[in-house]
Design a protein around this ligand. Structure first.
Ligand code: CA
Length: 229
């Protein structure tokens, strides 16, 4: 799950980022309105946390820009204390939630989780794909009722596959999803390959069918039919 934090207060930006990363999210940052718009237009995020008061613009315009693209990205706006009008305006134009400064990082985390659950998994705490069950809140995975010990990357990958089932997913989009825009060298494709083979192995070991199909030269497809082995 990839989150973009747009915040000009360095301390708040860093603490939010560290907290959410420790919770297993990939976090990217923007410190200005301009940078925020650029990132929104270049990359896909699962959730955006946007401060309203940015030095070169209003965070609400970022929300508007995002919503005009009919994006499925969740949005949390952060407003200054007592800025009730900002909150109302933000929710009016389609933000999912808001927080008022100062806030506890655990509160931010709870809001992010709830938005992702709502947007990505239609409110379910549990994602089920045939014999595989995944619990995004607790990072647990089961295959045929047996626990599967996945790393955070493998876990993210599995959710990404399940959310995009029966679609061809390129190696590039997997790399971007797992590492954000920090890595885009050819090396990352080797990492993609490694994570996928580990994920596949762990699921199969617990009795799951192998649903990950390799699409020659392009990427992968996670499908309803069992992949030939
Ligand atoms: Ca600010």
């Amino acid at each position: 799950m990839k989150i973009l934090i747009i915040e000009d207060e360095e301390e708040l930006l860093n603490s939010s980022k560290e907290y959410l990363m420790s919770e297993g999210y990939i976090c990217e940052e923007a410190t200005t309105f301009k940078e925020g718009i650029e990132k929104i237009n270049l990359y896909e995020y699962d959730c955006i946390v946007a401060d309203i008061g940015l030095p070169d613009g209003n965070g609400l315009d970022l929300v508007q820009e995002l919503k005009s693209k009919l994006s499925e990205t969740g949005v949390i706006i952060i407003s200054a204390k007592n800025a009730l009008e900002d909150k109302i305006a933000g929710l009016d134009i389609g933000a999912d939630d808001y927080l008022t400064k100062p806030f506890h990082l655990s509160e931010l985390n709870a809001r992010v989780k709830s938005i992702l659950r709502r947007r990505k998994f239609r409110g379910n705490k549990e994602i089920v794909f045939k014999e595989i069950r995944v619990f995004p809140d607790t990072f647990q995975t089961f295959a045929n009722q047996r626990p599967v010990a996945l790393t955070k990357k493998e876990f993210d990958l599995l959710i990404y596959f399940i959310s995009n089932q029966n679609k061809i997913i390129t190696k590039e989009s997997i790399a971007e999803h797992l590492w954000g825009d920090y890595i885009d060298t050819a090396d990352s494709y080797d990492f993609v390959y490694t994570h996928i083979s580990n994920l596949r192995k762990k699921l199969v070991e617990q009795g799951s069918n192998d649903y990950i199909q390799t699409v020659y030269r392009v990427g992968y497809k996670f499908g309803g039919d069992e992949a030939p082995r």
